[in-house]
Design a protein around this ligand. Structure first.
Ligand code: IMP
Ligand code: MG
Length: 333
């Protein structure tokens, strides 16, 4: 029997870069979890975690390790062993215990030819992160992939046991999901919260489903929904500068647009969050412009109070119990 008491899931409601790292690290620090787990993606993800005001960056590794909690990389994830071990060294050299990190025996290994194919064939065409994600998941689906249990030393392999309270951290976001995103401008895994169950617990154990979004939208990488012309809008460019919208993984400048409320409503309907965190409210406040897109048109608000009420009223009707607005350096929840 598995003795899982309850599971909370954090995931992105947009195109990644919503600030999931901030939310999941606050929850990991305060939430009494026995495990913090990742269910999808790999080195394409970039999480920023703050510990006592100090900033740390991870790619494969769940934020639990920063708070002394066992951290699991699940069977739906892909691993680049060289980068993975570099991340473990980074943890150890910063005083964290990398032995808390375990990898599912079923996770797939990103091989050199995956990275080369991605860089040579896909990175330019689709604006991927160039980490070998699509070729690795292709080999997985074709059943010719390499498993973590056949490559990593046995002491890094998870025994597939879970118990107690579990926090699951999403990577990427709903609109990068292989099924629901704007294909082919997507990633190759299931970013939706239900996929957290691939870690090996039943849906009946799920407690809170916490969706994360920003007060404006951003997009790293190619996507016709975010045309290059967005860079020419001075107000959006200002949001990108003030909000420091540069990729953690790639260093690329992200495209910025006003919050697409049509798509946010759709992602909420598809995934059913019980709670939503809207991050980076302070960026709009600093610039003093409050807009969102609804029915394809831009709607203007006088202040954040008006805009947040407008958002909340709609989302509550869709079944969201709590909506939190968060600013830099501010505690969440
Ligand atoms: P891939 O996952 O490297 O194949 O990239 C596919 C698409 O997803 C590209 O548009 C990337 O920019 C985007 N992407 C992948 N991971 C992330 C992420 O963690 N944050 C934001 N965008 C991402
Ligand atoms: Mg990220």
């Amino acid at each position: 029997m598995n003795n899982v008491d309850g599971v909370d899931i954090v995931y992105g409601l947009a195109w990644g870069d919503e600030g999931k790292g901030k939310v999941s690290s606050c929850m990991a620090r305060d939430g009494n979890y026995d495990f913090v787990c990742r269910w999808a993606g790999g080195p394409n993800a970039g999480h920023t975690v703050y510990v006592d005001g100090e900033k740390f960056k991870t790619h494969h590794i769940p934020s639990g390790v920063f708070f002394g909690i066992s951290s699991i990389i699940g069977p739906g994830c892909v691993i680049n062993p060289k980068k993975f071990f570099e991340e473990l060294d980074y943890l150890d050299s910063n005083g964290f215990n990398s032995k808390l990190v375990k990898v599912s025996p079923r996770a797939h290994i990103i091989q050199d030819h995956h990275v080369n194919d991605d860089k040579n064939l896909l990175a330019k065409k689709l604006g991927t992160t160039g980490n070998g994600i699509a070729p690795c998941y292709s080999d997985k689906a074709a059943r010719i992939g390499l498993l973590a249990k056949d490559v990593l030393p046995p002491d890094f392999i998870w025994d597939e046991k879970l118990y107690g309270n579990i926090l699951c951290e999403g990577a990427q976001g709903v609109w990068l999901d292989l099924d629901w995103g704007n294909y082919p401008w997507v990633t190759s895994s299931t970013t939706l919260p239900y996929a957290a169950c691939s870690l090996g617990f039943s849906t009946s154990k799920i407690r809170e489903i916490v969706g994360v979004v920003k007060s404006y939208d951003t997009r790293s990488g190619e996507d016709p929904i975010f045309p290059e012309s967005l860079f020419e809008d001075p107000m959006l460019a200002k949001i990108g500068d003030v909000g420091e919208e540069f990729g953690v993984t790639t260093g690329r400048r992200r495209k910025v647009n006003w919050l697409n409320f049509d798509l946010l409503k759709k992602s909420v309907d598809i995934t059913g969050p019980s709670q939503i965190i809207v991050n980076k409210v302070d960026i709009l406040e600093e610039i003093g412009v409050y807009k969102l897109i609804e029915d394809g048109k831009i709607i203007d608000f006088k202040n954040w109070d008006d805009m947040s009420k407008y958002i909340s009223e709609d989302l509550v009707q869709r079944g969201v119990h709590s909506i939190w607005f968060s600013r830099d350096q501010e505690e969440i929840m």
